[in-house]
Design a protein around this ligand. Structure first.
Ligand code: URA
Length: 239
């Protein structure tokens, strides 16, 4: 890869800042000063140093975001803002993408990474990764609904959903619930409630497997996964 990309990805600032490090003869490749940002280096075998300090290169990025409403969980869109637009330039250089999808009007836990294999594993139906959502529902949610969710609902298009766990926080003209599903089909939760003639008014993802939405993240904010959170993700990869 290009040395300027490697340095930008390793926390040495923007491409412009990296250029000035190179120009200032502060960067060496295997002991020899390099000034050209387009120089190709192999992060696994080459020794790149900035001011005599070895650059440790992280190939992958793992971020937790509290997705706000109004933006798409996609990398690009001609019309709408995407979750990638919320990232800083440094994170963008890694070219992360969202793991699975949340609807435009859904908030909450979203993982962003450039680790394609991990994204694949976390969203694979075979891995049965649980997703836990908080929702506001139009109308009463009844104990009979809890049973129907648990048995596996038949959605309006005939699809047999896998069993899901519904907890009622409060039931009334507007109800509040927590639902845990193991699937991530298009509009999964909304369609499950439609199957029992209810409408989801508000939806927020709280958990994905053992990853819990960090309550200190305001809407649109993000942070790197902790070592423990990453270890959990890698354990799924190995399963
Ligand atoms: N289920 C939905 O209906 N929407 C989401 O964004 C996530 C799960």
């Amino acid at each position: 890869m290009r040395v300027d990309k490697l340095l930008a990805n390793s926390g040495y600032g923007s491409r412009k800042e990296v250029k000035s490090l190179l120009k200032g003869k502060q960067v060496t490749l295997n002991g020899i000063v390099i000034k050209d940002g387009s120089t190709h280096v192999n992060p696994d075998t080459d020794n790149v140093e900035v001011n005599n300090k070895k650059v440790s290169y992280e190939k992958y990025i793992y971020l937790m975001m509290n997705k706000p409403q109004g933006c798409l969980s996609a990398t690009k869109d001609a019309r709408d803002k995407t979750v990638i637009d919320l990232l800083g330039n440094e994170e963008k250089t890694y070219q992360p993408f969202p793991v699975g999808r949340l609807d435009k009007d859904t908030e909450g836990l979203l993982l962003l990474t450039n680790d394609g294999q991990l994204a694949h594993e976390l969203t694979s139906p075979k891995k049965d990764v649980k997703k836990r959502y908080y929702a506001k529902i139009n109308g009463e949610v009844l104990h009979s609904h809890v049973k129907l969710f648990q048995e596996g609902l038949v959605l309006k298009d005939g699809y047999h959903a896998k069993p899901a766990w519904l907890e009622i926080i409060q039931s009334g003209t507007t109800s509040e619930i927590i639902v845990t599903v193991t699937e991530g089909k298009y509009h999964q939760v909304k369609r499950m409630f439609e199957a029992v003639d209810r409408k989801v008014l508000y939806l927020k993802r709280l958990e994905m497997g053992e990853l819990q939405l960090d309550k200190s993240l305001s809407l649109g904010a993000y942070r790197p996964l902790t070592e423990q959170e990453k270890a959990y993700c890698f354990s799924i990869k190995r399963k």
